[in-house]
Design a protein around this ligand. Sequence first.
Ligand code: NI
Length: 183
Amino acid sequence: MIHPIVAYGDPVLRKVAQPVEQDAPDIRQLSEDMFETMYDAAGVGLAAPQIGRSVRLFVVDGAPMDDENLKDFKKVFINPELLGEEGKEWGYEEGCLSIPTIRADVYRPEKVTIRYVDLDWKEHIETYDGMAARIIQHEYDHLEGILFTDYLSPVKKRLLKSKLTDISKGKVSAEYRMKFPQR
Ligand code: NI
């Protein structure tokens, strides 16, 4: 089932998400719904709070990015924990399905090591770099209530303020269904 994507300004995007309990009955369904919702919106990552569920789960599929290193990067990360970030910080113009029409350069370390469990509750510890690391860092942030716009300079934030307010009021066009907090 495709869910509406929660827009900027909704308090659920600012909460620290709760761990998923082992044997939570609807986790497979939730993951399927999240992939469906992400594909419908042409995204490469989606975190559960973005469909209004404040739990520690995100999905990624880098295939649409046309990057050799991302073609098999389709995964469900449950209860992820960032064990470390390293390497030189590099900038990339990020966007977010919850903040349509806004893109901005964000600087992040190039490598990330993450521990998580998959749908079979098997634990993994993996290291990623490049775009895969960036997608993980962006989605992981969602579980901590952090949005990419938080990293921008005060000047840039001020410039974007009215646009962000408009988004929370639904005064924005997106090619997918959204849920706006102030409408
Ligand atoms: Ni996002």
